[in-house]
Design a protein around this ligand. Structure first.
Ligand code: MG
Length: 369
């Protein structure tokens, strides 16, 4: 995809109108060129969790050009952490002098500098990290999984997520997801039993459940999880609010399936605090700030004997493929954010009978859709 095509694909946020807008370029002669834009991704279905409901998502797109190579990055802002595509773009632009003076070969040093300089703004950090590692992988001439010494054959299956909806639409979504051997069901509202019954009326597949902090009472959480155990559910993600560590520990001692931390686990530093309350962690590039910090978070969790999972936000193949390159490291993957949109600008990681198939091209291995 050339620059003109890329610009044509980006949309102005706020007005809801699609149009071509000038991307913001940070450049320094021949040395380094960083370009930000906001991309509006259209959802195939209105997406509802306990946190929000929407028909589109805006992400920050980033291009780093240096020494004849362009690295592509993306960050999907998380509303829970008060981020937006605009705040992510502004955060990248606030680093203009630092980014322009940096050498992309020193990507580890550069990312450490970015993490230190930016308060919050994990989507912006992730976009910078992904663009840098795509650039470096292209320079090295190897796909990122190979740079990390991983075997693409170890990539796990990914779940396909079913957002909260009425029983009829839930059944239709489950039928549409027939290619996926394991489904992830969003719960956490007072419709949980109806949702699970709708799913179970059309499939016997293993299920994983994500409550997104939806159950506020520990006895209610135990009751719901004990019932889910009887419904063929493999694990429950974030049953209670992230701050309720002690209550989650109490719940964990009374249930039989693993409890996975998502909202409670932002990055590597959080993991040691979770070890008594959770069995595993769900790591996302947009929570922790990119591929390098995600790898560190997975390493800490593994060192502490916890189960590991890679998840994603609704995003294009840029961000999902970036996470997929680490997927040979994890027990579980939920990398379907690109499959939930209808205007993905790139092709990257593929899914075959549920299994993640990593691209073989250098860096992220993306090609224009
Ligand atoms: Mg989750």
């Amino acid at each position: 995809m050339n620059r003109r095509d890329w610009l044509r694909g980006v949309l102005v946020t706020g007005t809801g109108l699609a149009c071509e807008v000038p991307a913001v370029a940070l450049s320094d002669g021949d040395h380094c060129h960083w370009q930000t834009a906001i991309t509006r991704l259209k959802l195939r279905h209105t997406w509802t969790t306990t946190m929000s409901s929407s028909q589109y998502r805006d992400t920050l797109s980033l291009r780093l050009s240096a020494q004849g190579i362009t690295g592509i990055g993306e960050g999907a802002p998380i509303v829970r952490y008060k981020e937006s595509a605009e705040s992510a773009r502004d955060a990248v632009e606030s680093l203009r002098p630092f980014l322009l003076s940096a050498d992309p070969w020193q990507f580890q040093k550069l990312i450490t500098g970015v993490l230190r300089r930016l308060e919050g703004q994990y989507a912006a950090k992730a976009a910078i990290d992904i663009a840098l590692l795509d650039w470096a992988g292209k320079k090295f001439g190897v796909p990122l999984y190979r740079y990390f010494g991983l075997d693409a054959a170890d990539a796990p299956i990914t779940t396909f997520s079913i957002g909260i909806d009425n029983p009829e639409t839930t059944r239709a979504k489950v039928r549409e997801a027939s290619a996926f051997p394991v489904l992830k069901i969003k719960v956490g509202l007072d419709t949980d039993e109806a949702t699970l019954e709708a799913v179970r009326s059309v499939t016997k597949k293993p299920l994983r459940v994500d409550a997104n902090e939806g159950w506020k009472d520990k006895e209610e959480a135990v009751r719901k999880i004990n019932w889910l155990e009887s419904q063929g559910v493999e694990f429950v993600e974030q049953p209670m609010p992230a701050a309720m560590l002690e209550e989650t520990r109490w719940v964990r001692s009374r249930v039989h399936i693993p409890i996975i931390a998502d909202e409670a686990c932002l990055s590597a530093a959080a993991v040691p605090h979770l070890v008594n309350s959770y069995d595993g962690v769900n790591v996302k590039l947009d929570k922790c700030g990119g591929i390098l910090e995600a790898k560190r978070t997975l390493d800490v969790a593994k060192a502490l004997g916890m189960k590991t999972m890679l998840g994603c936000m609704v995003s294009s193949s840029v961000s999902v493929t970036a996470a997929a390159h680490l997927s040979p490291l994890v027990d579980y993957a939920d990398l379907d954010g690109n499959l939930l949109i209808s205007n993905d600008p790139y092709t990257g990681v593929q899914v075959r009978e549920g299994k993640l198939i990593l691209p073989e091209g250098p860096g992220l291995g993306l090609t224009p859709a």
